[in-house]
Design a protein. Sequence first.
Length: 373
Amino acid sequence: MPEGLSQFPARSNRMIAATFLRFSARFWWGPMARQAWALSIGIVVVTLVMVAGSVAINQWMAVFFNSIEARDSDAIWTGLRSIALYGIVVAICAGLWNWIRQRLQIAWRECLTRELLLRWTASGNHHNILSPGGDVDSPEFRITEDVRACIDPLVDFATSLVYCIVTAVAFVSILWNVGGAITLPIGEGLEIQGYMVWLAVLYSVIASGLITAIGRPLIRANERKNAMEAAVRGDLVLLSEHSDHGQMEAGARDARAAAQDLAALFAKWRSVALHQSKGQTIVSANNTFMPIVPLLAGAPKFLAGAMTLGSLVQLGAAFTQTQLAFNWLFDNYIRIAEWLASAVRVVVLLDGMASNNEATEASVAVQNHLTKF
């Protein structure tokens, strides 16, 4: 088993994620806790300012396009000056948000990498988990690349989720109030209050359901691909060692094993590419139809004179913002699959080091007992 799961109990994806999150939470209560909380609070504050700026721009759209509809040139020029100011503020906040996000990723990764290095070098872990009886491949890769592959997207998930929640709260109220009600020609007339909100929810459920169903196999595909990557690296290391020591027969055997694992690796990559392409098809379709749906839904009221051009444009922008918030899972499902595959490898490394420590402690206890006789 390349992944090294044979020694350890099988666990669900939820249990793997919970184990990794418990381990990584030490960032907030360990030596780097002050920096962790400062960065976390900072990014929440900047997020609130960014969403406030987006709401202000959305309200500006209604005023500006109503001015265009009324052909009010003075109001148009005033609106252009206002949007320049809004744009500068939002751009500065976006840059600050990105800087804090990256600082959070770097600090969190540093914290966990140091902790894993301490555990790896403790009690001979760096030797024993690679011994013939060990079952954890490429611990150095897990400590460096897999930790990075876990922490960077995890920060992105958390920060984008906060942004999406705040955005959803802000823009759902705009959809409800500006969109108002619509009467469907059913029976004597069926009135639906806040119909744009219900349309946004329905659209999001359909889109998210499609990407979830199509993207679910990607989790296992990424796990298998990462495991085979490690197997190939292990084969190449053995091949190099045997070649350096002149062990030609062992080297030939390693070369055959490396060739077989390499062929399997590219097969795993093709499987990942297929699943990602299916998901990207849905993403592309969503990006195409998302701006059009609210305009079509608001067109009857606009054509009937019950809605201004500014309100129609404002609704279209608010609908898009709401969808971006509702579709957090939709947009991140592929990255969640990739994150979970790396989290599995880090958790298996933790299991391997914990198992080795327990064996070491037991061995020391037996030796201490025997020395008494």
